[in-house]
Design a protein around this ligand. Structure first.
Ligand SMILES: [Zn+2]
Length: 430
């Protein structure tokens, strides 16, 4: 059995994971130069895109140059494939060299070659190792295997780090619990809600999840993992619960280490944050839309792919785990659900999570711009009773941490908030 201490230390790919930041930038610049040239020469889509923007791949030398390359919106790709099926001229390798094809939401047909799969495997290995998985683990992989890359990719990652995978998907919960007991399964990969469901079911069958199950490490993604839920899972199973951020179109982009304070960015990808409205690059520390380039994806290349997800690259010193890559804050929702207030993106979910913790449900954020110069906002919260009975300092502090803005909370009586909207934007920008 792998000890908790062993799960916290070590690297899968020490060279890249501990590379000084300056070298990391140079490494990425080299990857980007090659990749832009490759996509330009092998796909009509990027050839036309670069030409239309008046950019020659040879002119891209630094990441700063690269940030002038036009973004790739998934909707454009869906349209291209619709007009020219099946791949819309996006395939940069001969069809016979493809090894895996899947359909991501859109719909968009995508594919990998074995070469890329190995690299995808590597980023998955790095992610799983970083999360605490080790050789010797027996791992339940509960993501779907049907038409999506998650189940298959994680299974491959588990095998490449030398652990044993049990490809399960989300069905057959009784069998899953039985196998967990029978094989002393030590690892879980899936959504937090699915492990929660398995735990409840096991309890119902009279299984003590802490004593009778051996789950010791978990890799969660596809759903948010708020701290309260992490703690709940860790207590229920006596385990280490860690998360990764990835999307089907790109692979694993960020991964939590043992210290679990943000997700280390994958070194072989270029991840940036842009303002979702203007699409301008934002400096570290600012929240916006996550944009990712995966240079090793050669079958269907994506350059500056817009994920539609909101997050922030944390501008911090090197992590205590020794990994040097900057970290991505947790997933903050979809960008089309957030609005910008006082220069910060505000997502209702950030407010909701804090209020929920304190038993407060109905709220509404009202944003105004009284003098037409600066934004004001008030968080109206329904509460039946005397608000001074609530831990107001704590609530204010947690809200300030969540939204990175000084909150202005106003308690109102139940029924006073009109409408279902969680954010009401009354600003006029004309
Ligand atoms: Zn770390």
């Amino acid at each position: 059995m792998v000890s908790r201490e062993e799960r916290m230390i070590g690297y899968y790919d020490e060279k890249h994971e501990t590379m000084p930041r300056k070298e990391q930038k140079e490494f990425q610049e080299k990857l980007i130069r090659e990749f832009c040239e490759y996509a330009y020469n092998n796909t009509k889509y990027y050839h036309d895109k670069f030409d239309a923007a008046g950019i020659k791949p040879i002119d891209i030398k630094t990441l700063e140059d690269f940030y002038n390359v036009p973004l790739t919106e998934k909707s454009e790709l869906v349209e291209i494939q619709k007009n020219n099926p099946p791949f819309g001229g996006l395939l940069a390798i001969p069809l016979n060299d493809l090894n895996v094809v899947f359909r991501s939401p859109g719909p968009l047909l995508e594919g990998f070659s074995i070469k890329a799969m190995t690299s995808v495997g590597n980023s998955l290995c790095k992610a799983l190792y970083c999360n605490g998985f080790r050789k010797g683990d027996i791992v339940n992989v509960t993501f779907s295997f049907a038409g999506v890359p998650a189940g298959l990719g994680f299974t491959q990652g588990v095998n490449l780090i030398g652990a044993i995978s049990i490809p399960m998907g989300t069905g057959k919960t009784d069998v899953q619990i039985e196998l967990m007991k029978q094989l002393n399964v030590t690892g879980f990969i899936g959504t937090p809600s699915f492990l929660g469901k398995l735990g409840k079911k096991a309890n119902k069958q009279g299984v003590n999840t802490k004593e009778e199950l051996s789950i010791d490490v978990g890799c969660f993604t596809a759903e948010p993992l708020p701290e309260s839920l992490r703690k709940n899972l860790e207590d229920t199973f006596d385990m280490m619960a860690r998360q990764v951020y990835g999307i089907a179109d790109l692979g694993i982009i960020g991964r939590e280490c043992g210290l679990a304070q943000g997700m280390h960015l994958e070194e072989t990808m270029v991840t940036e944050i842009v303002d979702p409205n203007t699409k301008e690059s934002l400096p570290p520390g600012e929240r916006g839309e996550v944009i990712v380039t995966v240079p090793y994806r050669r079958a269907i290349p994506f350059i500056r792919f817009c994920t539609g997800d909101a997050s922030r690259v944390m501008d911090e010193a090197i992590c205590g785990c020794g990994r040097t890559s900057p970290k991505l804050e947790r997933w903050l929702g979809r960008v089309n659900q957030i609005i910008k207030v006082k220069g910060q993106f505000l997502h209702p979910k950030q407010v909701k999570n804090v209020l929920k913790k304190h038993g407060l449900k109905k709220f509404q954020v009202v944003v105004t711009r009284p003098d037409n110069i600066s934004d004001e906002f008030v968080i109206k919260v329904e509460f039946d009773g005397d608000p001074s009975s609530l831990p107001l300092n704590e609530i204010n502090k947690e809200l300030a941490d969540a939204i990175i803005l000084k909150p202005n909370v106003e308690f109102v009586k139940p029924g006073e908030i009109k409408g279902k909207e969680e954010i009401v934007d009354l600003r006029k920008f004309d």
